[in-house]
Design a protein around this ligand. Structure first.
Ligand SMILES: [Zn+2]
Length: 272
C-alpha cells in the first residue's frame, strides 16, 4: 500500500504532468470508486482545471475552481496519463479527458481505491479523523508522549494509527522503529519524552529521505508503468528477512505483529 512518501511522489509527478489542464469530460466506469452519483461527479468536474495539488496523510487532493477531488489509492490504485486515443487498460475505473489530447486514467486491480468531491473550503486539519502530519510542528515529543503514556499499544501500531500521525503504514513503521533502535512491539507507555524526541526525528528523517528519493525520479518518469510512487526505496528492514542488517550484519528477523509482517534487527533494536 502506498504510504506518505509514495503518495507525495504520485502527487508531484501528476503536478508535473497535468497542472492547469482543463477537464473536458469524465467517464466513470466503476461507480463504487467515486462514492456518489457518477453523472453528478462528472458534471461537477467538467470544465474545471487541476489548479492545486496537495496531500493530507495518504490522501491526494486535487483542487479545482470550486471543489476538491480527493483520491485514496488504498492497496493498488495508480494513475496513468495517456493519449486519449490509446487503448483503455483492463481495471481502468475513471477517465478524465483533458484539453491537451491526453487522459488521466485511474487504474485499480482490486478496486479498493476511492474518490470523493468536497467543498474547496474544507478544513483539512481534522479531515477524515487524521492526526497531525509528520512534518508539522504539532507532531512533537510532547504531543506523542501525552497521547501514549497510558496506552497499551505497541510502538508500531501507534505509528500506523492515522489519528496519531497521518501517512505512516507497515513499511515505514518498521523503518522508523529500526532507525529509532526500538523493537516494533515495544510498549509506547514505556517510552520517555526524551526518547520520543528521537523517534519523532527518525520519522521525519525516514519519510523525507524516501520522498527525496522518489522525487528525484519525477522528471524522468515514464507513464507506461502507471504513477504509483513506488521506486527503489532505501529500505533497511522491510522485506529484508534473513538479509544482513546494514549496521551490524545480523540477519533481519521477520515476525507477525498484530497480523502484520514486521521486520527488525535483533541486535540493533531493543524492546521496551
Ligand atoms: Zn543490526
Amino acid at each position: 500500500m502506498p504510504e506518505l512518501p509514495e503518495v507525495q511522489t504520485v502527487l508531484s509527478t501528476l503536478e508535473h504532468m497535468i497542472s492547469n489542464r482543463k477537464i473536458l469530460s469524465v467517464k466513470v466506469l466503476s461507480p463504487e470508486v467515486v462514492q456518489m452519483n457518477p453523472d453528478e461527479f462528472s458534471f461537477r468536474l467538467t470544465e474545471r482545471h487541476f489548479l492545486g495539488f496537495k496531500r493530507r496523510g495518504k490522501y491526494l487532493i486535487f483542487e479545482m475552481e470550486d471543489c476538491a477531488l480527493i483520491s485514496h489509492l488504498r492497496m493498488e490504485g495508480k494513475y496513468f496519463v495517456e493519449k486519449s486515443t490509446d487503448p483503455i487498460r483492463k481495471h481502468t475505473h475513471v477517465i478524465f479527458h483533458l484539453d491537451d489530447g491526453t487522459d488521466l486514467r485511474y487504474h485499480d486491480v482490486r478496486r479498493f481505491g476511492r474518490m470523493e468531491l468536497i467543498d474547496k473550503s474544507t478544513d483539512y486539519s481534522e479531515f477524515h479523523g487524521l492526526g497531525p502530519e509528520p512534518f508539522s510542528k504539532e507532531f512533537n515529543a510532547m504531543y506523542a508522549w501525552n497521547c501514549t503514556r497510558k496506552s497499551k499499544r505497541s510502538l508500531k501500531m501507534t505509528l500506523m494509527d492515522q489519528s496519531f500521525v497521518a501517512g505512516i503504514g507497515n513499511i515505514y513503521a518498521d523503518e522508523i522503529c529500526f532507525r529509532s533502535g526500538l523493537r516494533p512491539e515495544s510498549r509506547v507507555s514505556k517510552i520517555s519524552k526524551a526518547r520520543w524526541e528521537v523517534i519523532v526525528q527518525c520519522a521525519v528523517d525516514v519519510l523525507s529521505e524516501a520522498i527525496s528519493h522518489g522525487g528525484s525520479t519525477v522528471r524522468s518518469y515514464t507513464s507506461s508503468l502507471g504513477v504509483t510512487g513506488l521506486f527503489q526505496l532505501q529500505i533497511d528492514v522491510y522485506g529484508r528477512e534473513n538479509q544482513p542488517c546494514h549496521i551490524c550484519g545480523t540477519p533481519i528477523k521477520k515476525v507477525r505483529h498484530n497480523q502484520r509482517g514486521t521486520h527488525f534487527c535483533p541486535v540493533c533494536q531493543r524492546r521496551l
